[in-house]
Design a protein around this ligand. Structure first.
Ligand code: SF4
Ligand code: SF4
Length: 434
């Protein structure tokens, strides 16, 4: 909880006046905002949140009410796509959160937990391996399945929902592949660096392997740089920009020591932050230019593959797929057509669009854990949109969205399979008998 007596006299963070001034209060963003669509409250709309940021910038205190309205924002940036005035809302909400964080006194336990998760767990391969192994044992003994069954009976309240949202541990973890170079299949067309994430090495190890295979199938030599680490996206979203800068420097050093045609990520949330390293380190005299150079080479896997002459040797997949835009891909990176182009390239696959595919599914980093009730409300609306397509597969391009939509399928008993676009390509390549 924020210290409500704190005032903005010591204001060193927070959204810049230049950004705040861009909002002309037209309200064209309101219907693009998931929280406004669910609650119908001005203070939980982009325009209302900008208004509150303006008040704080003008000297109003950071009150618990302000903290709550900013916390309830998904930082999905749907409002940015809708805004005709070029309001950089994503950057503004990150700055607002950084300011709130600087004025917040966390309780002892919450503070320790926060320091452990952001300062240690996400940054340490050893800690993630231990946590992943413990989690795997928890799953292997049947506890997770039991809790999920109880959760689906709504006996456990929020805990039941969190169990539905929990990722799986997927041994062997992808950490063992970090430092390796994978040769292209056939003639080398590109040399790329693959950033495999942090938790994804434990919970999306098979997705990471599929990503490497699909790149190889498309003539790429894939290097998984040894010194890479967490991209810092979760830190940025939590207002921990200094920690994020440290992580950014590490990844820049890890990648710029090689020479690559592109730096690839399969996580839209990470990609968005990686592409903004230039901005994150703009005041760092040593790293500002390097960060800009690094960000210019970052590509989402779908964006990169769609720019190639895609290897067409795929088996037909006679299935109907609907695509959920990941917010950080559609709104953060403005990548919308690339994943659709890849899906359309799979023989036999029918792509059926859902209404509002670019409205957030409620995942939003750790939002679904912190703001579970609103996240589940948004997810219920999303599952209605999905069901209207009668698709058998929900495709998306971000691990967080995969988890959220998988939970949606379980909680609503709708039966679809949820897959990353790259996993669908991998399946089509693998199914081809040659
Ligand atoms: S980022 Fe998303 S949730 Fe937040 S104000 Fe914009 S549209 Fe609404
Ligand atoms: S954020 Fe943009 S769309 Fe929304 S009210 Fe302000 S100017 Fe209008």
């Amino acid at each position: 909880m924020a210290d409500s007596t704190a005032v903005s006299e010591n204001r060193v963070l927070g959204p810049r006046q230049f950004d705040l001034d861009r909002c002309v209060h037209c309200g064209l963003c309101l219907n693009a905002c998931p929280t406004y669509r669910e609650l119908g409250l001005e203070m939980d709309s982009p325009r209302g949140r900008v208004y509150q940021m303006v008040q704080v910038a003008g000297g109003a205190p950071i009150t618990p009410s302000y903290v709550e309205h900013i916390a309830l924002c998904l930082a999905c940036r749907g409002c940015e796509s809708a805004c005709p005035s070029g309001v950089r809302y994503g950057r503004m909400v990150e700055d607002a959160r950084a300011e709130i964080e600087a004025h917040t006194r966390h309780g002892r336990v919450a503070g320790l937990l926060r320091r452990f998760v952001f300062g240690k767990l996400l940054q340490s391969r050893a800690a993630l391996t231990i946590a992943g192994t413990l989690f795997y044992l928890f799953e292997a003994c049947g506890m997770k399945a039991l809790l999920r069954a109880m959760g689906s009976l709504r006996m456990l309240g929020k805990l039941g929902v969190l169990v539905q949202l929990a990722p799986s541990a997927e041994p062997p973890f992808f950490f063992s592949q970090i430092g390796r170079t994978f040769p292209p299949q056939g003639e080398r067309r590109r040399k790329v660096a693959f950033l495999s994430g942090c938790i994804a090495n434990v919970s999306f190890a098979r997705l990471n392997e599929a990503t490497v295979r699909v790149l190889q199938k498309n003539g790429c030599e894939v290097v998984v740089p040894r010194q890479q680490g967490c991209c810092g996206a979760l830190h940025v979203h939590a207002g921990l920009r200094e920690q994020a800068r440290e992580l950014a420097r590490r990844n820049i050093d890890a990648v710029l020591e090689g020479s690559y045609d592109a730096v690839i990520t399969n996580a839209a949330g990470c990609g968005s932050t990686l592409k903004e390293y230039g901005e994150l380190l703009e005041d760092d005299p040593e790293y500002a230019a390097k960060a800009r150079e690094f960000s210019a080479t970052v590509r989402d896997i779908t964006e990169f593959l769609a720019s190639l002459d895609l290897n067409p040797n795929m088996a037909p997949l006679n299935v109907t797929v609907t695509y959920q835009d990941s917010c950080h891909l559609a709104h953060g990176q403005r990548v919308r057509s690339a994943p659709r182009k890849l899906l359309a390239a799979v023989p036999g696959l029918t792509l059926r669009e859902m209404p509002g595919s670019d409205i957030c599914c409620g995942s939003a980093g750790v939002y679904n854990v912190l703001e579970t009730q609103m996240s589940m409300q948004i997810l219920a609306s999303k599952m209605e949109a999905v069901n209207s397509t009668h698709a058998a597969i929900i495709a998306t391009a971000n691990p967080g969205c995969l988890l959220q939509l998988q939970a949606g399928v379980r909680l609503h008993g709708t039966g679809q399979r949820v897959m990353h676009v790259v996993e669908i390509l991998d399946l089509a390549y693998k199914s081809r008998l040659n």
